[in-house]
Design a protein around this ligand. Structure first.
Ligand code: TMP
Length: 233
């Protein structure tokens, strides 16, 4: 396959791609590879993460993950996630997308539905209200869900060092998180790509890369239609 791509310099908004999954599912490894793939295609790419991704949002992240803050009120946690997201969107994500760059984001609002909705048991309708308030109509173009048994993911994550405040939750919390993630993937198959993160690294990487290339092809087709450009993937 010829993967040379000429992006129009006045390109329309870039694509917004999110990576989701429980701890230890391998998102960090794959985000670096996917970023390299986009760069090799001549696409400007910004990689970022949530909570965090801008100076103030990173400070909110520290507050959220600090194990000292055990017993944080669930609604306070929810609001801090969205406060960080509002900053992140304003300072990092929207400017990047507006410049035509593609954004690869390690976790976004699906994590809020999964962790605060599933794990903490908060009402998803309330989350939806905040989602609209903070994001307007911005939603990811593609979400890669790295799906894994929580036992396996937690063993991997905890092997890396001291658990943060959320990683320290019990197994049933992560079972609920995973269930919401999977449910969201089943109800929005046009946006989600469900990846078996228990598979060997190379297989997981191939699945993620294939989904990303499919989005590139679709976008390229659209810009070729719009600008009459001939581009090949
Ligand atoms: P990580 O990015 O290092 O995996 O840690 C972020 C933690 O924050 C992780 O346990 C998932 C959690 N989280 C939420 O609970 N809600 C959210 O909306 C986001 C973005 C993350």
């Amino acid at each position: 396959m010829n993967l040379s791509i000429a992006m129009n310099p006045k390109a329309a908004r870039g694509c917004f791609i999110t990576l989701e999954g429980i701890e230890g599912a391998g998102k960090s490894t794959h985000i670096a590879r996917l970023s390299a793939l986009l760069s090799s295609l001549g696409i400007a790419v910004v990689t970022t993460r949530e909570p965090g991704g801008s100076p103030i949002a990173e400070r909110i992240r520290a507050l959220l993950l600090d194990s000292v803050n055990t017993g944080m009120d669930d609604t306070a946690e929810l609001l801090l996630m969205f406060a960080a997201r509002a900053e992140h969107l304003a300072k990092t994500i929207r400017p990047a997308l507006d410049s035509g760059a593609w954004v690869l984001c390690d976790r976004f609002t699906d994590a809020t539905y999964a962790y605060q909705g599933g794990g903490r048991g908060l009402n998803p309708e309330r989350i939806a209200v905040l989602e609209t308030l903070v994001q307007g109509d911005l939603r990811p173009d593609l979400t890669l869900l790295f799906d894994l048994e929580p036992e396996l993911g937690l063993a991997r994550a905890r092997g890396r060092g001291a658990a943060d405040r959320i990683e320290s939750e019990a197994l049933h919390f992560f079972d609920a998180v995973r269930a919401v993630y999977r449910e969201r993937a089943y109800t929005s198959p046009e946006r989600f790509c469900l990846i078996d993160a228990a598979a060997p690294l190379s297989v997981v990487g191939e699945q993620a890369g294939r989904a990303l290339r499919a989005l590139v092809e679709t976008r390229l087709g659209e810009s070729a239609d719009a600008f009459g450009a001939g581009a090949t993937v």
